[in-house]
Design a protein around this ligand. Sequence first.
Ligand SMILES: Nc1c(NC[C@H](O)[C@H](O)[C@H](O)CO)[nH]c(=O)[nH]c1=O
Ligand SMILES: CC(=O)[C@@H](O)COP(=O)(O)O
Length: 164
Amino acid sequence: MSTQLKNLSDFSNTDVPSAVLYRFGIVVAEWNSEITNALYQGAYESLVEHGAIPDHIFTYSVPGSFELTTGADLLLKNSKLDAVICLGCVIQGETRHFDFICNAVANGISNVAIKYSKPVIFGVLTTDNQQQAIDRAGGKHGNKGVEAAVTAIKMAYLAETLNS
Ligand SMILES: Nc1c(NC[C@H](O)[C@H](O)[C@H](O)CO)[nH]c(=O)[nH]c1=O
Ligand SMILES: CC(=O)[C@@H](O)COP(=O)(O)O
């Protein structure tokens, strides 16, 4: 597999703009909270590491990944933000419920981004099992929360550049 032995959160060779001017929303799903909390820590710390002002990071939790879409929509409807990061972890169970949640969240988040012309970042793990999630929430494959934060900064910069 292409992700074998690869830290997917290594941005050492990419230029990440300063986040000092941007306001970020973070919506975190409570399902699989030991994973989503690790994603959140990665995202928050990465935003601050790249210059974001802590008072300009607005964090809210929702019950599950399916509600991330509504959370992002409510945030953008009611707050002046430059980007929203959605963090969740969907783990395959016995039924097709997994497929419906993953598809709904991916499509929903895309629709919210288009609705508000704002970056809404898909920081949702969609895994076969718990170990795959652990590996991507601060494990051997990095932290999807870090990836989501860097993506949010880059997209906020792009939006600022194109809208100016
Ligand atoms: N099984 C997982 C869920 N299920 C809950 C849904 O996200 C949603 O809250 C419910 O269907 C009510 O609308 N959520 C996750 O984030 N991760 C899962 O593995
Ligand atoms: C992704 C889910 O909703 C899943 O964890 C629920 O498990 P099941 O498909 O066995 O009901």
